[in-house]
Design a protein around this ligand. Structure first.
Ligand SMILES: [Zn+2]
Length: 179
């Protein structure tokens, strides 16, 4: 079956009423911000999105996406390939209505996304933001895969980074950020 590009933007309220599901692709040329920080190895990414209304009558946009990327190892400078995936659950809020001003109680499970002036959200941008958030803060090979060994580092100028790595796992930091 021919893969269809996902719509660039949707109106969540309408999409939710129709219980719209989208199974499509984003071609890598549309991910220019992601391409600034990583090589996008896939020609296109599969994206699945589902819109609906929850029991609390909140509109939701749920989805997932993953990408094969090549980042620069911060230790040896060579490429490091990784699969980055993300799952997301948003509820749209009207422009200028941040959480503190809203009288609606938005459950913690949701991230809020502002509608633009047309009552739309940009799906491609949303997925790209999600993938960028899922990137490790510091990309680094596992010590056994890296072309710079721990022995080299004892003498090298890269030692401070090695110390950072011991202190914290970048994936853990990201997990906390997303809460
Ligand atoms: Zn490396």
């Amino acid at each position: 079956m021919q893969k269809m590009k996902i719509p660039i933007s949707i109106e969540p309220a309408k999409a939710a009423l129709k219980r719209m599901t989208i199974n499509g692709i984003i071609v890598n040329g549309e991910l220019s911000r992601l391409a600034e920080v990583a090589d996008v190895l896939d020609e296109y990414l599969d994206v699945a999105i589902e819109c609906g209304i929850d029991p609390q009558e909140l509109v939701f946009v749920r989805g997932n996406a993953s990408a094969n990327l090549e980042l620069r190892c911060q230790r040896c400078g060579n490429g490091i390939k990784m699969n980055v995936s993300t799952e997301f659950l948003y509820t749209p809020v009207r422009r200028g209505r941040a959480a503190e001003e809203s009288d609606e109680q938005i459950p913690d499970a949701y991230e809020e996304i502002e509608l633009n002036e047309f009552g739309e959200i940009n799906l491609v941008q949303l997925v790209e933001d999600e993938l960028m958030l899922a990137l490790p803060i510091v990309a680094m090979h596992e010590p056994e895969d890296c072309s710079i060994t721990e022995d080299d580092m004892t003498f090298g100028e890269l030692a401070p980074e090695a110390m950072d790595e011991e202190k914290s796992n970048p994936f853990d930091i990201l997990k906390n950020l997303k809460k």
